[in-house]
Design a protein. Structure first.
Length: 171
């Protein structure tokens, strides 16, 4: 068995690579002793050998939201959560769901009120995913150009690593 991060050979029962300190599936960590910022998957600091504090990651962060049902349930669970990140599939499945709800007679007028807050929240989390502040959502209020620019932003790829808004939801 070999380490995915550095390629070093691991013992069959090893859970930590002794060369780079990585354990697959871990979140962001900083060394409390020396302040180093090791690899996002590290559980021990390679510089000083100190065990790193575990950062709790939500179930959504552990597995990528990449199906229609999981995206919709994620958006309803995070109804008014403006923190964290949302990957492209979560955002665009929610947009599709909004479209479907808006064309159903007798539901569309109610959906305007029910779906507004989670729609803004997932858009803000999507902007966080590309490294932008949620305040960039306000660009959509500029007639025509703003809405197009927001679409362009939401189509961009996620930042590959953790950013100041949280871990990459695609990992």
């Amino acid at each position: 068995m070999y380490c995915r991060n550095c390629g070093a050979e691991l013992k069959p029962d090893a859970s930590v690579c002794l060369s780079c300190g990585v354990l697959a599936g871990s979140g962001n960590r900083y060394c409390a002793k020396c302040g180093a910022q090791p690899d996002v998957n590290a559980i021990i600091c390679v510089q000083c050998g100190t065990a790193l504090k575990s950062v709790q990651r939500s179930k959504e962060a552990e597995g990528s939201v990449n199906s229609f049902g999981s995206a919709i349930s994620s958006c309803f669970r995070k109804y008014a959560t403006f923190e964290g990140r949302a990957n492209r599939s979560e955002y665009w499945f929610w947009v599709l769901f909004n479209f479907i709800m808006s064309i159903i007679p007798l539901v569309s007028w109610l959906w305007v009120f029910v779906g507004l807050l989670p729609s803004i929240a997932v858009a803000v989390r999507r902007l966080h995913d590309i490294g932008k502040s949620g305040w960039w959502y306000l660009i959509s209020f500029i007639p025509l150009v703003g809405f197009i620019w927001l679409i362009v932003l939401c189509c961009q790829e996620s930042e590959p690593n953790s950013n100041k808004y949280g871990p990459n939801p695609n990992l």
